[in-house]
Structure formats: C-alpha cells, structure tokens
Design a protein around this ligand. Structure first.
Ligand code: 5GP
Ligand code: MG
Ligand code: MG
Length: 194
C-alpha cells in the first residue's frame, strides 16, 4: 500500500468484479442500442477504460472536463465547462461515467446541461457514492460502491493530481491533505480539481 494512505478500502479484485458486474448490467439494459459513454475528466478515466472493455453493445466514448468555481475545496454548485464534448448527443443514448458522487452538485449541473441537447436517454454510472454528503438529489442508475465519508484516492481518484495510478482505492492519511506533507499541498493547492 502507498505510504501516504492509512488503509485499503477496495482491492483491485473487488473493483475488477464490480466493474464486470456493472458492465454486464449496462450491456443488458442497452442490448439493442448504441451507447455513448461520457467520461468526466480526469477521475473517471481508469474506471471508464476498464468498464468499456467489458461492455458488449456498440459503444463510443467522449470526455468532458469541468471545474467548480471558487477557490474553496468545497463544491459551490456553479460548474464551469473546461472541455466540452467533441460531438453532438441529440438522439443518442448517453451514459455519464463518474469516479465518485459526493455532494452531487457537479452531476446535477451536467445532467441539466446535457438534457438541453436532446439525448434519446441520459443515465449516470459512478464507481463510488458517498450518500451522506449529498446536497442535491441525483438519480444514479449504476453505482459500484456506497462508501462512508472518507477522502479516498487511487484507481483514477487524486489528491493534488497524485495517486490516480494506484490500482486500488485507499483512504488517504489526514495529515497528507491537511498539509502535514508540505511537498504535496504547497505545490498544487487544493485537492478537489478535475
Ligand atoms: P460533487 O459530487 O461534490 O459535485 O463532486 C464530486 C467530485 O469531487 C468528484 O468527481 C471528485 O473529483 C471529487 N471528490 C469527492 N469526494 C472525493 C474523494 O473522496 N476523493 C477524491 N479523490 N475526490 C473526491
Ligand atoms: Mg470526478
Ligand atoms: Mg480530484
């Protein structure tokens, strides 16, 4: 385990099995359809890569990057699109893929935004969900794991851009994100970045 983390929350094997389960369910639900998977950069990248390789229906993917306004690490609910989709989604079956739903503010904004573009359907798939932190309701159709309110990293999830390449999901030691480790926090500021 990475020394900046206090424990492993989800092992590689647990994640692998869950991703297969989600992909099987998605493949059944979209059996006669073509799917457009929309990954939210950058946290969803590892999850999306594993998920789409287990989906059996015709699948395209594209990406969006978003950021919350303001300097606070707390989500403000006002979301700025840093990178939009490369293609239109009118009449298409869109599945948003996220790493984690926390307050729900990012996803509720994205859903409202993408709805205005006239997709045939719009659903959400997230690997992790922290329901205790929810501020706005979001309808999550596919959810890997419900977790307690810990700050987790690995398998795409970062702190200051680091740890995304770790293969399992771990609880970060509080002294790391509270600035105990100056090399990380001083270099890149807040942790909640796209
Ligand atoms: P929200 O649902 O609050 O709008 O924001 C969700 C985003 O906050 C996620 O996509 C992720 O970037 C970040 N986030 C929330 N909780 C965690 C966590 O425990 N670990 C990491 N690395 N990012 C988190
Ligand atoms: Mg994310
Ligand atoms: Mg982040």
């Amino acid at each position: 385990m990475h020394p900046d983390c206090e424990r492993i929350l989800l092992t590689e094997e647990e994640i692998r099995l869950k991703v297969k389960e989600l992909a099987a369910q998605i493949s059944r639900d979209y059996a006669d359809k073509e799917l457009l998977v929309v990954g939210i950069l950058k946290g969803s990248v590892i999850f999306l890569a594993d998920l789409v390789r287990n989906i059996s229906v015709p699948t395209c993917f594209d990406f969006m990057a978003v950021s919350s306004y303001g300097a606070s690490s707390k989500s403000s609910g006002v979301v700025r699109i840093l990178k939009d989709l490369d293609q239109g989604i009118e009449g298409r079956h869109v599945l948003i893929v996220e790493d984690i739903v926390d307050t729900g503010l990012t996803l509720s904004y994205l859903v409202e935004n993408l709805k205005t573009r006239g997709p045939a359907s719009l659903k959400i798939c997230t690997l992790l969900d922290k329901p205790s932190r929810r501020v706005v309701d979001v309808d999550v159709h596919y959810n890997g794991f419900k977790i307690e309110d810990h700050f987790v990293v690995g398998y795409g999830l970062d702190f200051n851009g680091l740890y995304r390449n770790q293969p399992c999901i771990m609880v970060l030691k509080p002294d790391v994100y509270k600035g105990g480790k100056k090399h990380d926090s001083a270099r890149a500021g807040i942790g909640n970045r796209p």
